[in-house]
Design a protein around this ligand. Structure first.
Ligand SMILES: [Zn+2]
Length: 388
């Protein structure tokens, strides 16, 4: 018999809300995933058992476990029975039971839990591929929505009886009509099956365990911090030394050396410029021309300078620009005013100041055995300035 297939329809059945039970172990996993992957979608297979019936409005599903399958993908469809899922089931024998079914769970992170247009399409496809498709959408705030489908196959047997009366004729010369057959009566039958598929979905009543989120405050704090930082890639390791090294490696030319050669001999420093040199050194290492210099502890500052700078300059480019600016100001634009001294006629002020500031910093640096990539860089720059 002929079959006629009609389009697949998706309709809501609001006669009741089947229950979806999310026990503690599953809820903990969902919370953990939302914390770990908080700004992208994650999706996975949701294992569940089913009981009751739709007709008696007693249907309920209980989640058993989640196997996360994808991160950062907005497409909700998860290929079930993939090798990953089979392996996961083998590793978790309780899921091998034939009465454990697979649904889909995915996160809308901070967008809120609802069925988007994409999710509706996915539910329709999934609902057509299997007897029941269960889809759970979660968000970071703990709001969940879920739907379960049933695939209704509607088959309509059509028996059509068609009665006909047929007349035939032709027109000839002089417009004369010649009748050949008149009122030939017949009865035809037309039998076929009209097949219709309706994906019916039920919005579920979610009943989830309360899970204490011990690190919620911490997670929120981390999130806030990570969104504040514009150059995440630079400071994303816990090892501070490693960070700074990478920070440098990012912007420094490879052929530039980090080792600052100790100069053989120092130029003679004039006594009355000692304070000028000290002030310049302080202004340089603090990056402030307004800094109070009286009680400034250079040793302490140099010991902590890498930490200060790492916090201050999230972007190495900012550091670079700032360094160029302050050095030009201190050692070029303002150089002549700094060495306004009768004893220092006809000298290269920039070179003079750079050499002395270099020595001043180097002495403290070497004497206290301070390790600092920023100080190394500053000394390096001072040497470069000497030869301008
Ligand atoms: Zn979605």
């Amino acid at each position: 018999m002929e079959e006629k297939k009609l389009n697949i329809e998706v309709i809501e059945n609001s006669s009741f809300k089947p229950e979806l039970i999310i026990p503690k172990n599953v809820e903990e996993k969902i919370r953990y995933l939302c914390n770990q992957v908080h700004d992208r979608e994650w999706s996975g297979t949701l294992f569940y058992t089913a009981e009751g019936s739709f007709e008696e409005k007693t249907f309920k599903a209980t989640c058993l476990d989640i196997c996360v399958m994808d991160i950062g993908n907005t497409v909700t469809t998860v290929v079930t029975d993939s090798p990953d899922i089979v392996t996961y089931r083998i590793d978790h024998p309780e899921l091998l039971n034939g009465t454990v079914y697979e649904g889909i769970v995915h996160s809308h992170h901070n967008m809120g839990a609802f069925f988007s247009q994409t999710d509706v399409v996915a539910l329709k496809e999934d609902g057509n591929d299997r007897n029941h498709a269960l889809s759970l959408v979660v968000d970071n705030r703990g709001k969940y929505v879920a739907r379960i489908t049933r695939k209704i196959n509607k088959e309509t047997q059509v028996h059509q009886a068609v009665e006909t009366n047929t007349t035939s004729y032709y027109d000839t010369f002089n417009s004369k009509r010649v009748s050949l057959e008149d009122n030939i009566h017949s009865t035809k039958t037309n039998d076929f099956v009209e097949k219709e598929i309706i994906i019916e979905y039920f919005n579920m009543e979610i009943n989830k365990a309360t899970v204490e989120d011990r690190f919620e405050e911490l997670a929120t704090r981390l999130r806030n911090l990570s969104t504040k930082t514009t150059t995440k890639k630079v400071f994303d390791k816990t090892n501070y030394e490693g960070n700074l090294y990478r920070w440098y490696a990012d912007y420094k030319d490879d052929d530039r050396t980090y080792e600052v050669p100790k100069k053989e001999s120092k130029p003679v420093r004039l006594k009355n410029t000692d304070n000028v040199i000290r002030n310049l050194a302080i202004q340089l290492v603090t990056g402030s021309v307004l800094v109070g210099t009286n009680n400034f502890d250079m040793v302490k500052w140099l010991s902590k300078i890498d930490t200060y700078y790492a916090t201050r300059f999230k972007n190495p480019k900012d550091y670079e620009v700032w360094m160029d600016t302050i050095m030009s100001y201190l050692f070029i634009d303002n150089a002549e005013a700094q060495v306004d001294d009768k004893e220092l006629k006809d000298i290269d002020e920039t070179r003079y100041l750079c050499e002395h500031v270099y020595d001043y910093i180097w002495d403290i640096y070497a004497e206290h055995n301070i390790q600092s990539k920023i100080v190394d860089d500053i000394l390096d720059r001072l040497l470069d300035f000497c030869t301008l």
